[in-house]
Design a protein around this ligand. Structure first.
Ligand code: ADP
Length: 170
């Protein structure tokens, strides 16, 4: 598997699947979630509603992942995962690692060969970027998957730097 870092907008990526840092309602939110729904169009939300009704009446649990159409995005699928809200008093790293593992498992089930990830939990959910990057890179490297191209798409130069350091340190 090859890991690539890109600074940019995940909604523009030409990959099989883009991962969304969703919230458990799956009904849209801010940050990368808002961008994906805006660019991808209403089809994504329609399918999210169906997924909620049929499989996750109580919401998608933190650390899990589920796929929908990508609507008008260049990608074929959106894989929605729910990152943990950062806590300084409780170690929630395992839940963040689970987001990456579960997203890759869903990608394997779909037959996706290329997957773009944002920095899950490192925006509105408050995870310190360096630590989020370390967990992301370590987990993806440690996961057995048929995905060949993992692209971390970082929105800001700081996030890119944090991921570059995590890739170099690993
Ligand atoms: P969370 O609620 O899991 O923290 P956010 O969407 O708030 O999710 O933030 C996750 C990361 O995604 C942040 O680093 C944020 O800057 C970044 N981000 C926001 N919009 C985009 C986008 N269009 N493409 C890639 N990354 C984005």
């Amino acid at each position: 598997m090859q890991i690539t870092l890109v600074q940019g907008d995940i909604t523009e990526q030409q990959v099989d699947a883009v991962v969304n840092a969703a919230n458990s309602s799956l009904l849209g939110g801010g940050g990368v979630d808002g961008a994906i729904h805006r660019r991808g169009g209403p089809e994504i939300l329609q399918e999210c509603r169906r997924v909620r009704a049929s499989q996750y009446a109580g919401g998608l649990p933190t650390g899990q992942a589920v796929a929908t159409t990508a609507g008008r995005l260049p990608a074929r699928w959106v894989i929605h995962t729910v990152g943990p809200v950062y806590s300084a008093s409780e170690d929630r790293s395992e839940l963040l690692a689970s987001c990456y593992r579960e997203s890759l498992r869903v990608a394997d089930d779909l037959g996706a060969r290329s997957v773009a990830f944002p920095a899950v939990s490192a925006g509105i959910y408050g995870w310190p970027m360096d630590d989020a990057a370390r967990i992301a890179v370590r987990t993806v490297r440690g996961t057995a998957t048929t995905v060949q191209d993992v692209r971390f798409v970082l929105f800001t130069p700081d996030a890119y730097e944090a991921f570059a350091k995590a890739v170099g340190d690993g």
